[in-house]
Design a protein around this ligand. Structure first.
Ligand SMILES: [Zn+2]
Length: 459
């Protein structure tokens, strides 16, 4: 097995990723729409058919949105079923912005860095997983000992349109015992990581709109209310000057002992982040890991009144702030408008209007779940190193589709790292992580075949 893995990492994997990133699957570019289906058909379907899957490229349940691929490899009704996921689309190439004229549409290897659009997000990652599955299949003479279902979408970079609907409509077809997939970054390059969900995000606007035009500040200052001043006061009543959320109902419930324990093992340092952390910022008494992964933050993303490019001596007629709440499981984010309304009214800000734009739920599998222990053990045996277990990512993923709609325990095993420049020029994956990723996924896909179906149905 070891020589096979080495061979794959060195040769097959590089060649496969090189080929896959040559497809310009930019889901944000309407002119590449046909390429999304071509990638599913020529790359993923071809590979999956070779591995004994039955494949179906399906139209998006939302008209005009990009297609998906569902594939299934069924061995026995009595076996476990794993669902895996990936996305074939990438963000735009920004072709002229790459260092040293690197072509984003082919693999360029420089030292440990494998450059190319999609190497980290997500073609490189799902290529590792499919290659690992192939190794295990060969080593086991064509039998995995479990069933596999695959779902690939091609609209992740435009907000996964139709993914939730597809899963709602096809929940029986997608029924599985566990979800294992790879996307996003490790905690750091050197730390093999499992994350179990993601924080949620909800965007909202606060506006104060008092009149139709500005009023001369010499004639009216002191006599007429200033919307910008009122909005600044309203914001300060919600989140203070040290980044602490002051509205109790916008905070999560206390962290469970298992989450607290998992976060206690993660050290989020200046070195890890690549920038010094503002230690006085945010909820006092929490560690950096707890602030980032176990708590909520409220960010003011943009804030305007008057014309900042050309200020005049007038009381502006209105002011607007765009805000975001990043939140963990247990936060009453769906009641955001009601909670803010009550708070602002009680604090004398009845003239502040609230508009909640959109949100994505938070998810988190309990770090004490038997699947987590199993995966940690398998990964540890593969790389001989402690595994970082993140109860959830700080960022947001559509994981609620798998955790809530399909009701699956979700294990994300990322093969990227925070410095990968995903979504920018110079996106790359690290060869060392690809190599470790192959070992990790081979181990997980091997060990899964040794598990009895009922073994992990405890939590
Ligand atoms: Zn992305």
């Amino acid at each position: 097995m070891n020589s096979a893995k080495k061979h794959y990492a060195d040769g097959y994997l590089k060649a496969t990723i090189d080929k896959r990133i040559s497809y310009k699957t930019e889901s944000q570019a309407p002119e590449q729409a046909a390429m999304l289906r071509t990638y599913l058909k020529d790359e993923l379907e071809t590979t999956l058919l070779r591995l004994g899957f039955i494949c179906q490229i399906v139209d998006n349940p939302i008209e005009g949105k990009p297609p998906l691929l569902f594939a299934e490899r069924h061995e026995s009704d009595d076996s476990l079923t794993v669902l895996t996921y990936g996305h074939g689309d990438v963000v735009r190439g920004y072709d002229d912005q790459w260092s040293d004229n690197i072509d984003p549409w082919k693999l360029t290897v420089k030292g440990d860095k494998w450059y190319g659009r999609g190497t980290a997000d997500n073609k490189g990652q799902h290529s590792i997983n499919l290659a690992a599955l192939e190794i295990v299949l060969k080593a086991r003479d064509g039998h995995l000992g479990y069933n596999v279902k695959c779902l690939f979408e091609t609209g992740e970079e435009i907000g996964s349109p139709g993914l939730r609907k597809y899963c709602e409509l096809n929940s029986l077809q997608l029924k599985s015992d566990v979800f294992i997939a790879s996307d996003g970054p490790r905690l750091s390059a050197g730390q093999p990581t499992i994350f179990l969900g993601s924080r949620g995000s909800v965007l909202f606007e606060l506006t104060v709109n008092l009149r139709s035009g500005g009023l001369h500040s010499g004639n009216w200052g002191g006599l007429k209310r200033n919307p910008a001043t009122i909005l600044a006061g309203a914001l300060a009543s919600v989140v203070n000057h040290e980044g602490r959320i002051l509205v109790k109902d916008l905070l999560p419930p206390a962290m469970s002992p298992s989450v607290k324990e998992a976060l206690g093992k993660l050290s989020i340092t200046d070195e890890l982040m690549g920038l010094p952390i503002d230690t006085e910022w945010g909820e006092p008494s929490l560690s950096s890991a707890e602030k980032l992964l176990g708590w909520n933050t409220l960010e003011v993303l943009a804030f305007t009144a008057g014309n900042p490019a050309n200020p005049v001596n007038a009381i502006p007629p209105h002011a607007k702030a765009f805000c975001q709440l990043r939140f963990v499981v247990g936060t009453r984010w769906q009641e955001l408008e009601k909670i803010l309304r009550t708070h602002l009214d009680q604090h004398g800000f009845a003239c502040v209007d609230i508009k909640v734009q959109r949100g994505t739920a938070a998810t988190r599998l309990d770090p004490d779940n038997a699947w987590v222990k199993w995966a940690e053990q398998s990964m540890k045996s593969a790389v001989g190193q402690d595994i970082a277990i993140m109860p959830n990512l700080g960022g947001t993923l559509p994981n609620d589709v798998f955790a809530d709609v399909l009701g699956l325990p979700t294990l994300w095993i990322p093969h990227s790292y925070p410095g990968c420049a995903q979504h920018a020029a110079d996106e790359h994956m690290l060869g060392s992580i690809a190599d470790e990723g192959m070992q990790i996924m081979t181990s997980l896909f091997w060990d899964l075949g040794e598990l009895h179906r009922d073994h992990l149905h405890t939590s």
